[in-house]
Design a protein around this ligand. Structure first.
Ligand code: OTU
Length: 644
């Protein structure tokens, strides 16, 4: 039987499983349905191939495929007409995602605005700052008490009642759309909480639901897996499995013991999660952040991270979206080795990705005052496929992990292991002369691993400066903060601000008094909305005001020149080890960015202009002064952006 015929058989089976009124919808909306069929024709063959690559050896694969198609058609039928309009627009425009008009912000709904209604009231603030992309941290039903900041989800269809209702979220999505703000939320699809209905049924020994997870009665198989696994949250429990007394079994829990890893080797899990994904899409979500994507496939004898099937699963989810909710885009959250990060990024997989390498190396350059590792890594690794986009950030709700490549470091004579040790010492404030006030996260004496928690301002020196009443250091700190923002605003991709950072929020030590939080230092940088700081945002004498207005100016700059939306950069050797230099260009403009990562004044040879394309008339667009010939003089932590 030929392939086309097979597809037709499969598809018509799916249509037959629809309810009567759903089939009527298809009949009565023929023009709309033809559009859908066109997508089916375009993407279904690939979806089926990928699906069978993943599930070739599973005898249940076929019936679950029919179920998948049925729920895709159903979800499309239920999709709001206004969203279907956006589907169409995004299908024909290829560059909306890379636009220089997109500026991101991320926040916890409860900490920033109490609840979803409160968040709606913050729209004027988002507009004032210039934000057009808001990522709301997990807001679904979750365990009472400790719940990993919402990353333990008990239902993908119910909002945490403290934050509001599904209707509130739908309403917010609509309000965002009216205000040209993209809505981003998490798709926490590697695990559910132990209170999700599936986990509850598994706990009651229901065989079908036990197959949704990785559950073993003895240590035999867990031991086999653990031989090659890395510990992710060693503070919480050793290894990857947790003993559940009520079931007399071991359950795979990569993160916390109440976060049960889903078993994607079971096609039913894939299909059920696809259904949850399409439900989120139909709420009016624009971008789904694929949480912990590196961990979704497991295989004995490997570290169970970044396996080929993980990429295939992402491809399959993406194809489902292309057919049933094409407006939806994916953002990869793979905070792993840069060789692996890149594999998730493509139009077929994730159209967006965090840029953990740029993030980590910005901090590395601040600590060392040298830009060589940053420049070398960006030159080699900044380019990503056409139509995809980096999300460039300085801080987020998580720790900073030093995910640079040891091979890159060693090419520059840097020993990765020692360097990470230095960085951890520096950012926990232990290194002599350090300006930073961070906390260690998941320090593992066995491996020497450690990551860093702390707010942008505290890690950049503001906390220490204020405490010591040191006005020069205070100025350095605000300059450091603005320097990092200058880079993410000009380098291309989508800049993402961890809200609160734009007014210089300091570490919050209250978590130490909270039984449920004190062992997770990431709470040091998950702070409540600080009304005082926000009130000072227009006061240019306060650090909050300096930082806020500096950022706002950068945002305006970025939005004004579309050269900032060109994806690539050209790293230039500035001839000064403290100064990062790169250019970007499009048909109209060329920009040259210079950033001094040291607290000392620096000189850059005017040769840099020749190296940047031998153009004579450069204007400094920070102050609109033409650049005279001769040496370029840079003050401490100064940032220049020249336009030609
Ligand atoms: C993610 O992070 C979330 O960002 C965290 O807040 C969650 O706790 C976690 O998943 C579980 O849902 O280990 O330290 O890419 O770096 O996925 C953060 C690998 C994490 C990990 C990342 C994970």
């Amino acid at each position: 039987i030929d392939k086309k015929e097979a597809l037709e058989v499969i598809f018509s089976k799916a249509v037959l499983s629809l309810k009567r009124n759903e089939r009527d919808f298809l009949k009565n909306n023929d023009r709309e349905y033809q559009l859908f069929l066109h997508r089916v024709e375009k993407y279904l063959p690939d979806l089926i191939s990928v699906y069978f690559e993943i599930y070739q050896s599973c005898i249940f694969a076929y019936p679950f495929l029919i179920e998948l198609l049925t729920l895709m058609i159903r979800s499309w039928i239920e999709r709001d007409r206004s969203l279907k309009q956006i589907d169409l627009q995004r299908e024909i425009s290829s560059d909306w995602l890379t636009s220089n008009q997109i500026i991101g912000g991320v926040c916890y709904v409860d900490l920033f605005a109490k609840d979803l209604k409160g968040l709606e009231e913050q729209i004027p603030y988002f507009k004032e700052l210039g934000l057009t992309y808001i990522h709301l941290m997990p807001l679904f039903l979750t365990n009472e008490g400790d719940n990993d900041g919402g990353y333990a989800i008990s239902s993908y269809r119910d909002i945490n009642p403290k934050l509001g209702t599904i209707e509130n979220l739908r309403e917010l999505a609509k309000k965002f759309r009216e205000n040209d703000i993209l809505l981003v939320i998490d798709f926490v699809f590697n695990h559910t909480s132990d209170e999700h209905i599936w986990a509850k049924k598994a706990r009651k020994n229901n065989a079908r639901y036990k197959r949704y997870y990785w559950i073993y009665e003895d240590r035999k198989i867990p031991d086999q897996y653990e031989r090659t696994l890395r510990e992710i949250f060693p503070d919480e429990h050793p290894g990857a499995f947790t003993w559940k007394k009520e079931m007399e079994s071991w359950v795979w829990t990569t993160f916390h013991s109440y976060q049960w890893d889903l078993n994607y080797q079971n096609p039913e899990v894939f299909v059920r999660m696809a259904d949850e994904m399409l439900f989120l899409a139909n709420l009016g979500v624009d971008i789904l952040r694929l949480d912990a994507v590196a961990f979704i496939w497991k295989q004995k004898g490997t570290n169970c991270e970044n396996l080929p099937q993980a990429y295939k699963l992402v491809e399959a989810f993406n194809l489902i979206a292309r057919i049933a909710a094409p407006a939806l885009q994916f953002k990869s959250e793979a905070i792993v080795h840069p060789d692996e990060v890149i594999r998730y990024i493509s139009k077929k997989r994730c159209q967006l990705s965090y840029n953990p390498l740029l993030m980590a190396l910005l901090w590395e350059s601040l600590a060392t005052r040298e830009v060589k590792l940053l420049a070398y890594s960006m030159e080699k690794r900044f380019t990503i496929p056409d139509g995809t986009v980096w999300v460039n950030y300085i801080r987020c709700h998580d720790d900073i992990g030093w995910t640079f490549s040891d091979e890159d470091a060693s090419a520059l004579g840097i020993n990765g292991y020692d360097h990470r040790k230095f960085l951890n010492q520096f950012y926990t404030g232990k290194f002599p002369g350090s300006f930073a006030r961070g906390y260690p996260f998941q320090e593992n004496p066995a491996t020497g691993d450690c990551r860093i928690s702390g707010t942008l301002a505290s890690l950049a020196g503001l906390e220490k400066a204020i405490l010591e009443n040191d006005s020069i250091e205070e100025e350095h700190a605000t300059d450091r903060i603005l320097l990092l923002f200058s880079i993410i605003m000009t380098i291309g991709g989508i800049p993402l601000i961890y809200l609160g950072d734009e007014v210089g929020s300091l570490n919050n030590y209250n978590f130490l008094k909270d039984e449920q939080k004190k062992n997770d230092s990431r709470w040091i940088h998950r702070f409540p909305y600080n009304a005082d700081l926000y009130a000072k945002r227009h006061d240019l004498n306060s650090p909050a005001g300096k930082i806020w207005s500096g950022i706002q100016q950068l945002i305006q700059l970025r939005k004004k020149y579309d050269v900032f939306q060109t994806p690539n950069i050209n790293i230039i050797n500035s001839g000064n080890q403290h100064v990062l230099a790169f250019t970007k260009e499009n048909s109209k403009h060329r920009v040259l960015v210079l950033a001094n990562f040291s607290e000392h004044e620096q000189l850059v040879e005017s040769l840099i202009f020749t190296k940047s394309g031998n153009i004579k008339n450069w204007t400094n667009i920070m102050n609109h002064e033409p650049q005279e010939a001769g040496m370029i003089f840079m003050k401490s932590y100064q940032f220049f952006c020249f336009l030609a």
